[in-house]
Every structure is written in C-alpha cells, then in structure tokens.
Design a protein around this ligand. Structure first.
Ligand code: PAF
Length: 282
C-alpha cells in the first residue's frame, strides 16, 4: 500500500495500472475509519484490481465550523486499517491540493437535496458534490463505494453521476452495526459511555418500528418513532422521515412505494447521529 498526497503522484501511479487494463475502485472517506469503512474497502478490493481510498476532511461540506474543528483526524491508525483490508493507495491530500482556488460551483439535485440533511444542513450536499466530483476527476475510477448509513448522500451521488455523465458505477453498501445494533459512525467516538448506552435507543427504536409498521399506517409508524425517541432522556430528535428510497420524498401510505425507508437524525448530547432502516424493498 502506498500513501500519496498529490493528484499528480496518484495519477502517475494509476495511469500505468490503467494501461494494463486494471479496474480501479474508489472509496472516498473523511478518515477516522472504522469497520463500516473497512467493509467498503474490502468490497472494492474484491471487485477491482486496485483500490484507492481518499482520506480528506472536506471543509466545504461542513455548515458548522465547530463540527469541522472537532472532526477526528487519525491518519496513522486509518492507514493500518486500510492496509489490513486490501487498500492499494491512500490518497491523503491537503486542503490546498484539493482547493487551490475556492470552489464556486453550485449544484442542484432537487428535490433530493432539499429534504432531510439538505434541509437541516444547508450547503452540505453542495460541498459533498464538490469534493466527490474532484475525487472522481482525479481518480477516474470504474466503481465508487459509499455506505448506506448516509442514505441521502448515496442517492445524491447517483444523481450527480447522471447529471455530469460520469462513467462510474456507484455501489451502495449496507450499514455496518455494532453487535448491539448501534450504526457505526466516526462520531460515535465522541459519545461518553453513558451517551453510548442512550444512543443505542435509536437503532432499537428503528428495529421495533419495523415490527410496528407491519400492522400500522405510515403516520402511526412516524408517531411511534417520534414518541419513542422523545421518551428517552438524553436524545433530541431532529427529524424522522418515511420516504420513497428513490425520490426521498415523504410517503403517506405504504402502497405509495415498493421502497420505503425511514431516515432519522438524533442529537445525543451534542453529537448528531444519523441512521436509517428499510421497511419495504423492491
Ligand atoms: O461520507 C463521507 O465521509 C463524505 O461525505 C465523503 C463522501 C467522503 C465526501 O467528503
């Protein structure tokens, strides 16, 4: 495994491999890697000849400066995890390398980016599209791997690929959970032991809501989740939405879609956690 810091170095390595017809997989990350990321890297290593993992805390996608400052940076530990899981190249650029000039591009993925995270984190998906398009341009991968914990992000990246005509297969990978159900997230490291216990109620509520949904309406299921989270001291619900998994628009009736997904964002202390669950899948 090689660690490179510039686009030039990375492209020099990849050009040789692409002339040998090697398939390249890209796993974009912001570091602070855990088993969820490892599953993406493993999948890419299985499906491609070469796996590039980018580790870059992208400033343009943080609408909260404090969140950017507090974001964990653990490159040495990240490299150990990457090496153990089949990564070929770690691309760890500086902010100046990725943004030699301010990126003034604005994207619109409406209506996908106007709801949920898009509504609560203005500008977030524009920043994601800026960096992911730059990574796609730099690496020109055959496939790119994203975790479905960020369900809305995967839908938006697919839309970006369509809008910009990228010839890249987007592979959405299932959420990886702790044994007790907590969705893995780099932000979990910021939870105290007590908060970690409380945060567990998020996935537990989602799992229970799936059973509840079997004989209740969409609105009753939404109320079930809202009330269950509200009953937990230490949790503050930002939103819970039951949406069509393709359009990300609210559904009113289970019959409205073949792909129903519940997306939730909850504050546990000052840590903002997201999770989702599929109620109905095509
Ligand atoms: O999901 C993430 O970690 C980030 O949004 C991504 C895709 C690496 C872009 O910075």
């Amino acid at each position: 495994m090689k660690i490179v810091h510039t686009i030039k170095e990375l492209q020099a390595e990849l050009t040789i491999l692409k002339t040998q017809d090697k398939k390249v997989g890209l796993v974009p990350t912001m570091g602070a890697l855990h088993a969820g990321h490892a599953s993406l890297v493993k999948r890419s290593a299985k499906e491609n000849d070469v796996t590039v993992v980018s580790v870059f805390v992208n400033p343009t996608q943080f609408n909260d400066k404090n969140d950017l400052l507090k974001y964990p940076r653990t490159l040495d530990a990240d490299c150990k995890l990457l090496e153990a899981n089949g990564c070929s190249f770690v691309f760890a650029p500086s902010v100046e390398e990725m943004y030699p000039e301010p990126d003034t591009r604005t994207f619109s993925f409406a209506p996908l980016d106007t709801v949920m995270e898009g509504a609560f984190r203005p500008g977030h998906f524009n920043g994601v599209a800026q960096i992911v398009s730059k990574l796609f341009d730099a690496v020109k991968p055959h496939r790119a791997y994203f975790g479905e914990k960020d369900f809305q992000q995967v839908a938006i990246i697919r839309e970006m690929v369509k809008q910009l005509n990228y010839d890249i297969e987007i592979v959405g990978c299932p959420i990886i959970r702790e044994e007790d159900g907590l969705a893995l997230s780099s932000r979990n490291a910021r939870l105290s032991a007590e908060e970690r216990e409380i945060a567990l109620k998020i996935s537990q509520t989602l799992f229970k809501s799936r059973t509840f949904a079997a004989d209740h309406s969409v609105n009753e299921t939404i109320r079930f989740v809202e009330e269950s989270i509200a009953a937990e001291r230490g949790l503050r619900l930002e939103y819970f939405k039951l949406v069509d998994g393709n359009t990300l628009q609210d559904i009113e009736d289970w019959a409205d879609t073949n792909y129903a997904v519940g997306c939730i964002t909850v504050f546990c202390g000052d840590v903002r956690l997201i999770d989702n669950i599929k109620y109905k899948e095509i």
